[in-house]
Design a protein around this ligand. Structure first.
Ligand SMILES: [Zn+2]
Length: 205
C-alpha cells in the first residue's frame, strides 16, 4: 500500500503471463514484444521510474488509451506516478497480491481441492503440498503432485487456481494502474507471444 495525499490507496496491476515460453526463448520474446508495444505507441521505449518491484519501467505511450477500457475510470490514470509497464523474465510465480489462494483444481478430472477453512485462513494440511509446488517453481524445481482424486501426475504449470490466483511462467508483462486491458488487445498480445497460452492476472498491492 502507498499513501497518497493522506489517503490509503492500493496500486492495481494487470500481468499478462506467458505460461509456455522456455527459459531459452523468454529474453528474445520479451524484446520482440517490447519493440512491438513501443512501435505501436502503447508504451514509450525509454524507461523511467514508473513501476513497483523494479527500478525502471516503460511509461504509457501516446496510444495507450486505445488498449484500455477507461470508462468508469474517474482519474486521469496516465498522470499517476506508478503508471508504467514492467517486464519480468525467468521462472516466476505471478500472483494476485492479496488474500490467500482459496482452491485449486486438477486439469485432468476437474476435482477441486479447498485450500482455506471457513474463516478463509489457509488450511495447513491441504496447502502444504501446494506450497511445495509454488516454492519449487521459484527455486527451479518442478514439483509434480498426483491429483488426490484421479491420481494423475500434475505438472506445476497445469493446476487451475481459483480466481486465477497464481500463474507460473518465465515471462510476464505487468501494467501498473492501467484501466482494464481490452480483450482485443490481450488477444493480439497473445498472438505476439507466438500463440502461447497466456494467463491474465490482476490484483492490488
Ligand atoms: Zn484429478
Amino acid at each position: 500500500m502507498v499513501v497518497t495525499e493522506g489517503v490509503l490507496v492500493g496500486d492495481w496491476f494487470q500481468t499478462i503471463v506467458d505460461v509456455q515460453v522456455t527459459s531459452e526463448d523468454a529474453g528474445a520474446l520479451a524484446t520482440e514484444v517490447r519493440d512491438w508495444l513501443s512501435s505501436a505507441g502503447v508504451v514509450s521505449s525509454e524507461r523511467t521510474d514508473c513501476v513497483l518491484g523494479s527500478d525502471l519501467g516503460h511509461p504509457p505511450g501516446p496510444r495507450a488509451d486505445e488498449v484500455v477500457d477507461a470508462s468508469g475510470w474517474s482519474d486521469p490514470w496516465q498522470t499517476l506516478w506508478t503508471n508504467g509497464m514492467d517486464i519480468t523474465t525467468g521462472r516466476t510465480v505471478f500472483d494476485g497480491g492479496q488474500g490467500e489462494p482459496t482452491a485449486v483444481a486438477c486439469p485432468h478430472c476437474a476435482a477441486e481441492i479447498e485450500l482455506v477453512d471457513e474463516a478463509f485462513e489457509l488450511d495447513d494440511k491441504a496447502w502444504a503440498p501446494f506450497q511445495d509446488v509454488v516454492h519449487g517453481w521459484s527455486e527451479g524445481r518442478d514439483v509434480i503432485l498426483p491429483c488426490p482424486t484421479c491420481s494423475h501426475p500434475v505438472e506445476p504449470t497445469a493446476w487451475k487456481w481459483a480466481d486465477g490466483y497464481f500463474a507460473f511462467g518465465r515471462l510476464g508483462f505487468t501494467f501498473w494502474n492501467w484501466p482494464p486491458l481490452r480483450p482485443g488487445f490481450v488477444d493480439e498480445f497473445t498472438r505476439r507471444l507466438r500463440g502461447h497460452r497466456t494467463v491474465l492476472i490482476a490484483g492490488k498491492l
